[in-house]
Design a protein around this ligand. Structure first.
Ligand SMILES: [Zn+2]
Length: 267
């Protein structure tokens, strides 16, 4: 298994390495509203949540994307077809792509480098993520579907994201730092939803930020075969979003909720 030590990637720098060492003890709360996206592989957040990220970044939120791995083994086939390719080159390439895509969307990135295909998560990663939850104090969390028979890394990332959230809520865990509340968790649309027991319960209008999402797609040159596929998905969800509202929506992004929506208004 690869090192479970996280390292911190984007130039914009969600957390500098020295900050990371102490983030379990950090008591400050960000002065902006925040959201946390937990992605198994370095590109997943682009296809599945790029619209939400761009939308909230434009609204002035601080959006942090955790990439648990680079997708170096399982989601970099095009790179592996190049001559003299090495694991380090693939990782570096995927990291650069993800950083460029995140910059377009307006998010910060953190890379944990836990390895993929297979992904294995040890408790150090869980506790680092729980500490990150307490530092960022997200208003909402985006991550993968609970099931995916095509990809075992995705539901594992979802599991660890939710477990870290719950550990961060526990008063007896690391009592020196304040617990978090109950940020809602929204599950990304998987590649083949019907096989993953996933339903689109939330349709987000991403029409205004679609150019940014598509520009972020184009940074993922290792997965060029997905650009058109995920444009079709966005168009399809846009039609459904219009059908389920009184609005004209061209591009949509779909999520499934984990927890009930708490509201005072049913209209
Ligand atoms: Zn993936």
């Amino acid at each position: 298994m690869a090192s479970a030590k996280p390292f911190f990637g984007s130039d914009s720098g969600a957390l500098a390495p020295e900050e990371k060492k102490s983030f379990r003890k950090v008591l400050i709360v960000a002065d902006k509203k925040t959201a946390l996206v937990i992605s198994a592989h370095s590109a997943d957040f682009v296809w599945r949540a790029g619209g939400a990220i761009a939308l909230y970044a434009e609204r002035g939120w601080e959006v942090t994307v955790v990439c648990l791995s680079f997708g170096e083994r399982g989601e970099s086939a095009k790179l592996w077809r190049e001559p003299a390719m090495t694991m380090e080159k693939v990782k570096a390439n995927r990291k650069e792509e993800a950083d460029r895509a995140a910059a377009i969307l307006g998010a910060k990135t953190i890379f944990f480098d836990v390895g993929d295909y297979p992904m294995r998560i040890d408790d150090r990663v869980l506790f680092d993520l729980a500490a990150l939850f307490r530092k960022i104090r997200p208003e909402f969390v985006l991550t993968h579907s609970l099931n995916d028979p095509y990809n075992f890394d995705h539901p594992l990332a979802s599991h660890i994201a939710q477990e870290a959230r719950i550990v961060a809520q526990a008063h007896g865990h690391d009592p020196g730092t304040p617990v978090i509340g109950a940020p809602p968790v929204f599950l990304f649309e998987p590649h083949q939803p019907e096989q993953c027991d996933w339903k689109p319960q939330v349709l987000l209008d991403i029409t205004s930020v679609w150019p940014k999402k598509y520009a972020a797609f184009k940074e993922m040159s290792a997965q060029e075969h997905l650009w058109q596929y995920y444009e079709r998905v966005a168009l399809q969800r846009g039609v459904q979003a219009s059908r389920n509202s009184n609005k004209t929506i061209k591009y949509g992004e779909a999520y499934q909720r984990v927890f009930p929506q708490v509201t005072e208004d049913l209209a």
